[in-house]
Each structure stands twice: as structure tokens, then as C-alpha cells.
Design a protein around this ligand. Sequence first.
Ligand code: PLP
Length: 362
Amino acid sequence: MSKRIFNFAAGPCTLPLSALEKAQAEFVDYQGAGMSLFEMSHRGKQYDAVHQAALSGLREVFNVPQTHDILLLQGGATLQFAMVPMNLMVEGKTAEFVNTGAWAKKAISDAKKLGSVKVIWTDEANKFTRMPRLDEIKPSADAAYLHITSNETIGGIEMSEYPSTGAVPLVADMSSHIMSRPIDVAKFGLIYAGAQKNLGPAGATVVIIRKELLARSKDSLPAYLSYQTHAPEASLYNTPPVFSIYMMKLFLDWVKENGGLKGMETLAIQRSDILYNAVDNSDGWYRCPVDKESRSRMNLVFRLPSEELEKKFLDEASKAEMSGLKGHRSVGGCRASMYNAMPVSGAERLAAFMAEFRKRNA
Ligand SMILES: *Cc1c(COP(=O)(O)O)cnc(C)c1O
């Protein structure tokens, strides 16, 4: 048995053990081919089956309607900060943004380089400690699109409902909570997510786009940067990130075996309840700095009474085989990221450690 510790890092994420073991078993000689999947042509039969299974797995798990295409791209969610405005901005119209924190700001910054941008809501004055209520998200009727970041990985806040934006396409960066709750894809013009938080290893980016919007991509865009290039080619215009897509397919198999999006949501609620209860039942010794309604099920940020204690906590947690608990360098503190493949026993172990650590240090 390999040694496995609990990985609470904000990304890349922990992967299902069954997916890792399957990949290990087929790594060197892929299903009798005499070579690995990563050495063969991406246009051959064996890779094609993996590629199509990843696409159909996404369609099934997310219940993606035929009105939407699914693209598998490279460049991470970061490239989508640029590709979304490049493809979806419209002459004479403004792209509108909800500014919920560090990742929203990066999306806004790139979009500003590419066209007209308006921020319609921000909580910067309160250090981004809450998500907007639905009635606070009011895009103009003639906006090119509205962009939201539905889970802020660094701030630890998450939207539990998505706004209805009528004729204005809703664009969501779901990188850090995709596949952790049922969603109604029909509501969205475009959803994007880097795979490495909730879907697989780094290297692939999922884009789900309403087919109608493909007509917005201008011919002047370089080939790779246009959604129009990838959609008709089933994301095989150029060499795809074969390893990431293969692992994503195995991850999707595991999600299907574990109840799909509803199953993932149940696990996310169980894990996050265990941990937030550990914070809330500590007489204020552990503190969660964000608004209760906006607490993320994926990235749980918390503070201890002092920075010295935080350092000690992180050192001892690491020795107790719980890694990745340090908060982002921009905000400090602690952060437990518990993505789809984190077992509930990981949350239990951390909660028990927190109680025991407090007893020794309070
Ligand atoms: C990690 C993250 C990104 C950046 O993703 P890359 O795939 O590394 O480019 C963007 N948005 C959110 C919300 C993230 O958590």
C-alpha cells in the first residue's frame, strides 16, 4: 500500500485513489497496445475513445443540454480571463463584472485590456468577506455579458445560487467549486474551470458554452484563441492535453459511481459542516473571517488567536499528515480546501486535530 496523507491544498487537488490506481495499472502498457496512452497519436482509436468518454462524461454528469458545447482547452482558467472577453465582447457594449475577490480581480484586469468593462458590485471595502445577494446582481439590459466568480478560492466565499440575467449571457468562473453541486447549465452563457481544483490534474480547462455565442468570435482572432476553432473539432483542433483528459475521464467515472453532482454535494456538505462546526464550537478560539451565509464548502478559511499559534498549528498538522493548510500568502491564516475527492474522514481528522490542538494551547 502506498502512503497517502490528507491534502488540503487549494490546488492542485487530491484525486480519487481509484483513479490514481487505475492510471498506474494502465500506465506503461495501455490496454495491450504495447505503449502508454501518452505516447500514441491523439488521432488514433484508443485515445479517441478516452477523449469522447471525457466529453460524454461531462455532458452526463453536468446534464449539459444540446444548446451548449463542451470544450477542453489548455492555458488554465487564467487563459479564459482573456479568451472570454476576446470572444464575447461586442462593439459598443460593455462587459459587466461582479468583483468578489482575488480571482474576480484578475478576470477584470485582463478584460480591461481588451474592451469596455464595468464593475457592477464590489465588496472590496469589506475585504471581500461576502458574496452579493441575488438582488444585488443587476446587470444592464444591454451588457455584452455578466461575469461572476462563483467560488473565491483565496477569500473562502461561495455563491449558493446563481443570478438570472435574462438576455445578458451569464459567464461564470467555477474553477474551485465546479462539480460540487447540481447546476442548471441552461442558465449560463459560458462556464469555465481549470481542471486541477475539482476535476482532475492540471493541464485541461473545461469550457461549457451556449452554441449561439460562438457566432460572436471574430475571424480576426488567432486560431487557438477562438472558441469557433475548437467547437466544430470536438476540441481536437490541435494536440489536446492527453494525460489531463484521461485523468479527468477517470475522475468522472468515480463521480458517476458516487452519486453524480448530488452525491458530490452531499459529501461537500458533510465535510464542510464538520469543519465549520469545529470552528463555531471553539468559543471563538478559531475564527472564520467571512460572512456565515457566504462560507465556502470548498475553501474553508480560519484564523487562530495569533500568528505564532497559526505557525505552530500548521507545523503540527503537517507532522500529523495533513498538508496544504496554509492560507494564501496574500491573506495569511489557515485554509482547508476540501474538493470533491477529499474523503469525509479527512474533515473528521482535521476537526479532531483542531479540538486537540486548542486544548493544548488555549
Ligand atoms: C485557481 C483559480 C484560477 C486560476 O486557474 P489556473 O487554471 O491556474 O489558470 C482561476 N479562478 C479561480 C476561481 C481559481 O480558483
